[in-house]
Design a protein around this ligand. Structure first.
Ligand code: HEC
Ligand code: HEC
Ligand code: HEC
Ligand code: HEC
Ligand code: HEC
Ligand code: HEC
Ligand code: HEC
Ligand code: HEC
Length: 327
């Protein structure tokens, strides 16, 4: 065979190969976020229900267009496949913590301390794969957190809309009238935030949709926080790890999504005192402009700019408090 003919053959073969791939493969590109396998898997469904991914997919050939995950997937191997692509019609376990642990991905997410959102107040057990999947069912693992993609779409009483913010996601459970099956909550006391947060955030809390004035005695915010705006629940509450009660973040890089990067990533440490002194939390975003009272006093983490440092803030600032103070 002449060199020229061989060349034509190769080109033809490559061409056919591309065509057959286009016909068979569903678009799972990050742009389309179709990462979970469906009953059409394999083109005609012949691969649906099969658990041995290695029979048909060669590790080193896949994920050429997803460099962030190629290396780690190759390293962890075939046990990781269903974590990202779903169970493929089998009962295979979906694993997350094989990658998301303190050795492989220590900062994504931060799981450095024992308290976390494991769906029970009674115990501080480590987050397991099933816990992750309640909140994240079809993450694309592209390195950017997008609520509409990376948070599971619970059916809400309203239309089945993708979440526009993490806060909408929290409120799909933390409400009185339309909680999720399997995650029902009973109030522990009158106006318990566990079930009142939807009302609080819509009608009462200054960090919710109610607008602050920004013109009060102790007003002033660190960049890029502003009056008025809605503060995300996860700016103050850590889902993955903290040592503070009530899941209050214990370092700025675990929350405070709008804080200027230099300060946020430092990070500033936050310790909530047993006596209800939340000043290290508040001062991470608030910094009074005109210094009065304790405004110049270090709260203990290097930052100053709030009043009443050292005292119990809860008397005047808790969720659902409908007076000029509030939260
Ligand atoms: C960390 C998440 C993750 C894991 C684990 C993972 N994948 Fe993927 N996979 C993706 C993403 C994201 C894409 C889409 C990449 C793109 O945009 O091109 C993808 C695409 C694919 C594709 C189609 C496009 C291509 O790159 O070939 C195949 C086939 C595939 N994965 C198979 C597997 C198999 C088999 C395993 C187990 C060894 C696996 N995946 C493990 C996230 C993952
Ligand atoms: C019987 C062979 C076979 C098995 C087993 C198999 N696949 Fe596939 N898979 C295919 C074929 C064929 C395609 C379509 C052509 C292509 O892109 O390679 C495909 C496509 C994919 C895609 C791209 C999206 C899509 O739906 O087309 C992903 C992701 C994928 N497979 C993941 C997996 C995972 C994870 C497993 C193990 C749970 C697995 N496959 C087991 C044959 C198989
Ligand atoms: C109660 C719901 C919930 C649970 C449970 C949960 N997450 Fe998250 N996760 C979130 C929210 C909300 C965000 C975005 C805000 C943030 O980063 O805190 C997020 C962000 C992330 C991020 C992006 C990086 C980051 O820290 O911003 C990763 C990675 C992640 N989660 C992985 C996991 C893994 C792995 C598990 C299980 C070990 C898990 N999550 C459990 C709600 C949850
Ligand atoms: C093979 C390793 C691997 C497995 C298994 C895996 N992830 Fe990831 N995940 C990654 C990598 C790598 C990133 C990107 C991290 C980065 O660049 O910050 C990521 C990112 C994320 C993010 C951040 C949002 C985004 O799109 O980047 C979330 C949320 C997440 N993973 C959740 C999960 C959950 C839930 C599971 C189990 C169902 C899981 N991951 C299984 C490797 C993995
Ligand atoms: C799937 C439903 C569900 C979602 C979504 C959800 N939670 Fe929860 N949350 C719960 C349950 C259940 C508990 C534990 C209640 C109990 O044990 O009585 C809880 C407890 C809490 C607690 C108290 C934890 C403690 O240890 O004191 C806080 C704070 C909290 N959630 C905040 C959030 C935030 C912020 C979000 C959104 C990022 C969120 N939750 C999303 C169901 C949910
Ligand atoms: C993650 C950043 C952040 C943290 C932490 C934070 N705040 Fe705020 N706070 C804001 C932002 C942003 C506003 C402006 C909201 C608006 O005007 O709609 C605000 C507004 C307020 C207001 C209303 C001001 C006005 O003009 O009406 C009060 C009161 C307040 N915060 C108290 C607190 C207290 C007390 C704490 C600590 C327990 C705290 N905040 C922690 C960001 C934060
Ligand atoms: C005795 C009641 C009381 C206590 C206790 C209290 N505060 Fe306040 N706080 C107020 C009042 C009143 C305002 C609003 C002042 C105004 O309207 O000019 C306020 C406003 C604030 C603001 C909002 C600043 C802004 O953006 O306008 C912050 C932040 C704040 N307090 C932090 C704290 C912290 C931190 C603690 C505990 C260490 C605390 N407060 C304890 C009464 C209190
Ligand atoms: C500005 C910071 C901040 C924001 C934003 C915030 N919280 Fe809180 N949260 C607190 C503080 C401080 C407490 C403790 C005082 C109290 O109970 O009100 C608390 C308490 C709670 C509790 C009670 C926990 C327990 O174990 O008793 C729940 C539940 C809760 N918050 C959920 C939410 C949800 C859901 C959102 C968003 C809709 C949210 N929080 C937004 C600071 C915040």
């Amino acid at each position: 065979m002449s060199k020229k003919l061989l060349c034509i053959f190769i080109v033809l073969f490559a061409g056919l190969n591309i065509i057959s791939q286009v016909v068979m493969a569903r678009d799972v590109s990050l742009a389309n976020n179709q990462i979970l396998l469906t009953p059409t898997h394999g083109g005609d469904g012949s691969a649906w229900g099969q658990s041995k991914c290695s029979n048909c997919h060669v590790l080193r050939n896949i994920h050429a267009t997803a460099p962030d995950i190629k290396g780690i997937t190759q390293d962890v191997g075939y046990s990781s496949c269903t974590g990202c692509h779903g169970q493929n019609g089998t009962s295979a376990q979906r694993q997350c913590t094989v990658c998301h642990n303190s050795d492989r991905l220590p900062k994504s997410p931060l799981q450095h301390a024992e308290k976390n959102h494991n769906f029970t107040l009674a115990e501080d057990t480590k987050l397991n794969d099933a816990n992750c999947l309640v909140c994240h069912d079809a993450s694309d693992m592209d390195g950017d957190f997008e609520p509409a993609v990376d948070l599971k779409h619970f059916k809400s009483s309203e239309a089945e809309m993708p979440y526009r913010s993490g806060t909408e996601f929290c409120l799909s459970c933390h409400n009185e009238s339309h909680q999720q099956t399997g995650f029902e909550m009973e109030p522990r006391f009158l106006r318990d935030p566990l079930v009142m947060m939807e009302k609080n955030y819509k009608f009462i809390d200054v960090h919710g949709t109610i607008k602050g004035t920004g013109e009060r005695t102790y007003s002033g915010l660190r960049s890029d926080y502003e009056y008025p705006s809605v503060v995300e629940c996860t700016d103050c509450h850590a889902m993955h790890g903290t040592h503070n009660e009530k899941l209050i973040v214990d370092r700025t890089d675990a929350g405070m999504s709008k804080l200027s990067a230099s300060l946020r990533l430092q990070p500033v440490l936050i310790d909530v005192k047993q006596n209800g002194d939340y000043s290290q939390l508040c001062v991470s975003c608030h910094q009074m402009q005109d210094i009065v009272e304790q405004g110049a006093q270090d709260t203990g983490n290097g930052l100053s700019g709030v009043h009443q440092v050292g005292t119990d803030c809860r008397e005047c600032h808790v969720h659902g408090m409908a007076v000029q103070t509030g939260l």
